[in-house]
Each structure stands twice: as structure tokens, then as C-alpha cells.
Design a protein around this ligand. Sequence first.
Ligand code: AMP
Ligand code: MG
Length: 411
Amino acid sequence: MVNCCSAPGLLPFEQAMEDMLALISPVQESEEVTIEQAQNRILAQDIVSPVNVPPHNNSAMDGYAFALSSLENSTTLTLAGRSMAGSPFSGVCQQGQCIRIMTGAKMPVGCDTVEMQENCQVDGNNIHFLEKRKLGDNVRKAGEDIQKNQTVLQKGQRLTAIDLGLLASLGVAKISVIRKLKVALISTGDELKKPGQILTEGDIFESNSYFLRGLLAKLNIEVIDFGIIEDDRNAIEKAFKKADKLADAVISSGGVSVGDADYTKEVLDELGNISFWKIAMKPGKPFAFGKLPHSVFFGLPGNPVSALVTAHQLALPALIKMQNARSYKRITVKVKTATDLKKSPGRLDFQRGILSINEQGETIVNSTGSQGSGILSSVGKANCYIVLPSCQGKVKAGETVTVELFDQYLQ
Ligand code: AMP
Ligand code: MG
């Protein structure tokens, strides 16, 4: 897919995505885990229900169960027993009789309808029914939630908290999931210091590995943090070689742009088959991707916003494919921008925006302000990207733009 609006010499974003995904092979190995351990894991099997849920017809109300035909000739029935949740009525309810029943309790044999207690008058063992009922009122049918042999969850699904409850409701205690991915994080740059360390002149605090760790945690990926690697050829080579042996994927930040003084590119070129792209996207032009001997490599730009956006837009879909998980569609909507947006044609822009509802009740988007690739605070305030296509020039307030909502990985 070639986007003719991309500036000359730059790789269209869609092309970069396609080339990258084509080189990713999903992990196949699976392991068995208990459902308590399964949140956010990727199902390696379809889940077929072994039971009906609920397993039996039961009452939706606290009240009285009876055969509707019993109320044809009389509005009073004789109380003949009780059915409680977990301790059902063991006899047969005869014509003219009713059974005291609680929510969730099994429907007694001979009963097909329930009246709630608020609509009954109790006079010893005589129960007066004050309203007319229809057959099956207030009865939950066996299998009305899930039927036996129904496929409830599918291979490749990422399991949510709700799914765990669903699995429990089927009586499923253990499931097969894809093994966890391991990702090595490497931050390169002599100027970087960890928070808590003292900055000397020209230093900055390293921030990329912190949000990357957070993003990866949301994907349930195990992180091996190599910390900050100094700009020394041997140190860089040693770190990349070790990371490649230990992890399924290696993510580095910094050192991939043209004119970088460090040895990252030199070492990577020697170790693997890495393409150093200039992608027609903003932020995030420099991005490296390819294969090391045992792992896949993503080289993010050093600027924090560029690192974040390329990690989210490019590395995440690749890691999701590697996890053998189903891809997901990000949600986009078309809304009016309340602010002018600076833009020159040539690159696909992911500007940071705040989607909100104005006083007239219209959904609108505002820019977070300065869109510099070092301004991480602009992402913190945002709840969406304003996605402006390559061909687009500047946008005036009041024009319609496409907005992509921040997904669960950015929240
Ligand atoms: P580079 O891509 O190495 O040329 O880095 C571009 C800019 O990003 C420079 O200003 C770096 O200091 C900064 N940078 C690189 N890595 C990090 C990091 N891990 N955290 C914060 N800033 C970084
Ligand atoms: Mg650098």
C-alpha cells in the first residue's frame, strides 16, 4: 500500500506496518493455568460449555411457584413446601398447591410460573394471588445464559475479568493459554540517568522505559529491563547479544536516527537483519525493525513522545500478533476540532487531543497544545489522537477531523 502523499524518501506508515507484520510469527507454545491466573492471557483453545447455565429452571424472584393452570378456577392456593437456593423442594407440586420459593432456587416439579411475594397475601397455609400471571413469568430457563456445547470463548481472545467469571460459571477451573512473551528493554544514551540519580550537566532523566514497561504490562508481557546502556561499543554489543538470547523481542529507544553519535546502528547492523526506516509519520520518523538471531527487534526513536507513539502504533500490533492474539480495531470517530491544527503535508500525524462535549452538547476535540516530540506532558493530558492524513495541510477550527480514542493500553 503506497501513500502518494508521503514526502519523498519516507516510507508510508501503512507500508511500514504491512512489512513489519509480514515478518512476525505468532508464538505457538501454550501452558495450562488456573482461571485465577488467566486475566489478560491469550486463550490457546476454544472454550465449549460443558453445562447449561443456569443448570436448571429457577426462580427470578422471592415468592411462590405453582402451575399456572391451578389459578384458572381459584385465586387461592395451598402452601405445600419450600424451595430454597441450594435446597430444592423434593416432592411434586399438585394442582391447587404452591411452593414458597427464593431467588435462584430450583423450580419444583409440577410448577411453571412464579409470583413475587409482594403480590400475594398470606393467610396461614392459604396464599391469595392478587394479580393475573402469564405462563413462565419470573422463571429463568435452564440454558438461557449459555447452552451446553455452545462455544463461549475463542482461541486468540485476550481474557478479561468478565471472561474469568464466565469460565467459573461453566465450572471450568483450568485452561490452556499461550505462553507469556518476554521483551527486553534497552535505553541507549550517555546523557540518560535513572530517576533517583544525580543529574550532571547535560544529563536528562530516562523516561522511555517507564511508560514502555507500563504498556507491556497491560499486554501481560514479561519485561527484562537492561536499564541504560552507555555509549560504548562493547557494552552495547554485549547488551544486545544477551537480550537477543533471553527475550522474544528486544525494544530499544534512542540511537536510531540519522546522525546519531552512538554505536547502536553499527552493532545492530552486524548482529541481525535490521531495516532503519524513515516513516512518514509524526511524531516518530526514525524507527528500526527486523530480526536478530533469536528475536525480533524494534528500535524506537529516543524522543519520549516519538517513542511512545511508535511503540503504541507500530510495536504493539506486532507484539499482539506475536502473542497469537486476535488483532483489534482501534475506535475512530469524526468530530469537529475546536482549535486550529498546525500541519504540513507529507506525514501522517498523530496529534494529541482531548475529546469532550461542549456546552451545546456536541462532541468536539481540542489540541493539547504544543506537539513537540519531547513534550510527554502533552500525551498525559490527552485522551485521543487527532489523526491527520499525509496529504492534509493545516486545519481550521470548526473543520471535521478523525479522532482515534486512546485504547486500554494507553490508560
Ligand atoms: P536519539 O534518538 O538517541 O537521538 O534521542 C533523541 C532525544 O531523545 C534526545 O534528546 C535524547 O536525550 C532523548 N532520549 C533518548 N532516550 C531517552 C529515554 N530513554 N528517555 C528520555 N529521553 C530520551
Ligand atoms: Mg541517543
